[in-house]
Design a protein around this ligand. Structure first.
Ligand code: ADP
Ligand code: MG
Length: 280
């Protein structure tokens, strides 16, 4: 099968049997194909981070979870998943700990048991990919700016050359330029290297422009799934779960409400074409 991630009837409850019991995921069915770019969106507390942690083998629930062909119900498969799956959670820079940026990025590849020449190759490639300048490679990660620390932490994951990348709001708090560069990098890995991506984000423009497919979560359930075009057509349904539309879709709605004959649009380039068509 070309499925890299397959969830069947997955449910997860935090602190079961205690007064703090919380059902975070309920009856999730989801499959992500090899090389796919999947976006996961949903309001705060809808279960996005929990879902990614299940895919990363860090949390277990009820139901079937198969990632990279491995059944994660088996503890052995969960424990070995780090070799194949890169997980970039919110504020990954909090996990930096080595004496230099280079050694931090090398930590994972060294644990894979690769020879030092291969470790070097991977570290240099990963640091170049995240566009960190060479003069910081031998500095302590704690001497870097917040944005540079984020890049260093991401390089550490990329140096593992994972088949699957799970990204939980990886660009939160970065400036637009830094954000754009990293999103371009993730797209490149997906499109050129067939890395399977699952991205949790609040950025509807990114979703509209880049994702193959979107999964919408609300209160621990999948409430919508489809292409960005299909999802962003359903304005009412999205508003009901408290999500905004990307700019182009908002513009289409506003123009339609004025009685103008515009087509549905999702991306900025579609908006540009549509407005040009209207005006000519
Ligand atoms: P999201 O990432 O979409 O904001 P989360 O997956 O973090 O959502 O949380 C889903 C639900 O599970 C929320 O109601 C949240 O309060 C609860 N939750 C998350 N982590 C824990 C935890 N460690 N213990 C108990 N409840 C949790
Ligand atoms: Mg979250």
């Amino acid at each position: 099968m070309s499925e890299m991630i397959l969830l069947k009837n997955l449910s997860l409850t935090y602190a079961p049997g205690t007064p703090l019991q919380r059902q975070a995921l309920l009856g999730i069915n989801l499959s992500v194909a090899k090389g796919e770019y999947r976006a996961v969106i949903g309001p705060q507390g809808s279960g996005k981070s929990t879902l990614l942690q299940v895919m990363a083998g860090l949390l277990t629930g009820e139901g079937q979870v198969t990632v990279g062909g491995k059944d994660l119900r088996l503890p052995k498969n969960r424990h070995n998943l780090w070799r194949q799956v890169g997980f970039i959670f919110q504020y990954p820079e909090r996990q930096l700990f080595e004496d230099t940026v280079f050694n931090d990025v090398a930590y994972g590849p060294r644990n894979l048991g690769l020879n030092e020449a291969e470790v070097q190759r991977r570290v240099m490639a990963a640091l170049a990919a995240v566009q960190l300048s060479r003069d910081v490679y031998h500095l302590s990660p704690f001497k870097l700016s917040g944005g540079q620390q984020r890049r260093a932490a991401i390089a550490g994951i990329l140096a593992m050359e994972p088949d699957i990348l799970l990204l939980d709001e990886p660009t939160a708090g970065l400036d637009p330029r830094g954000k754009g560069q990293l999103m371009d990098l993730f797209s490149h890995l997906c499109r050129q290297k067939q890395v399977t991506l699952v991205l949790v984000t609040h950025d509807m423009e990114e979703v509209a422009h880049r994702a193959d497919k979107v999964t919408v979560l609300n209160r621990g359930r999948v409430v919508m799934e489809g292409s960005p075009r299909e999802i962003f057509c359903c304005r009412k349904q999205l508003e009901d779960v408290g999500l905004a539309l990307p700019f182009a879709a908002q513009l289409a709605n506003a123009l339609q409400e004025k009685g103008l004959p515009v087509r549905q649009m999702t991306t900025l380039s579609e908006a540009e074409q549509e407005v040009t068509r209207l005006l000519t």
